[in-house]
Design a protein around this ligand. Sequence first.
Ligand code: CIR
Length: 253
Amino acid sequence: MFSKAIVRIPCKALISGLTGADLGVPDYDKALQQHKNYVQVLQDIGLEVTVLEADEAYPDSTFVEDVALMTPHCAIITNPGAPSRQGETTAIKPVIAQFYDNIEQIENPGTVEAGDVMMVGSHYYIGLSERTNQAGAEQLIAILEKYQLSGSIVTMREVLHLKTGLGYLEDNNLLACGEFLLKEEFQQYNILEVDAAEAYAANSVWINDTVITPLGFPKSKALIEAAGYKVIEIDVCEFQKIDGGLSCLSLRF
Ligand code: CIR
């Protein structure tokens, strides 16, 4: 169960955030409103939310999930693989220090973005992506093991981050799409197959028995409801334009 979340208000520079999507430029005012709604939903679910000020130096800084991995025993500040995002870690560290005594750090030449890390109980799957490299994944596994946690590496090639195509919903239920459907290491889970046309909804997030899912993906919503969850839809289409999903917008712990 989670009790807290950290989010960062999108900055105006968000409109020039990194993207591989061909969905146009985000509307900043709409993004701000969507972010407010997102925070409201987290609060309604019962999380105590720390809302950080916008940071104009970093267009993608609203995607706080990527700069830290929060575990029950320690927080790990990552080392983003995207050069334009590397400085984001400096600003998040003092915030996390308010909540954690044990803070670890991924160092060069290792890179990790925590969108590539999926927690399943005390095990952490780490996707090797364009942002997370082998050295970073190995450092992360060594840190996890220091705290009696474990990690393993997942190869991938189709999506930006591991959790772009996967979402663990607890109780052995795993939302999955595309290349992840047939991966050996995930066959032990009850795979909820997200339709390829709704791939964006694979990035849905379990929070204390509620699943938040992006608005506009009815088949995925029905799939998650059929698995027994209460579902709340949130419109995050302005963030989708720059490859951001629901999980990326918060650190939950
Ligand atoms: C980026 O490319 O870094 C941002 N535009 C989107 C980050 C999305 N984060 C995530 O999937 N965890």
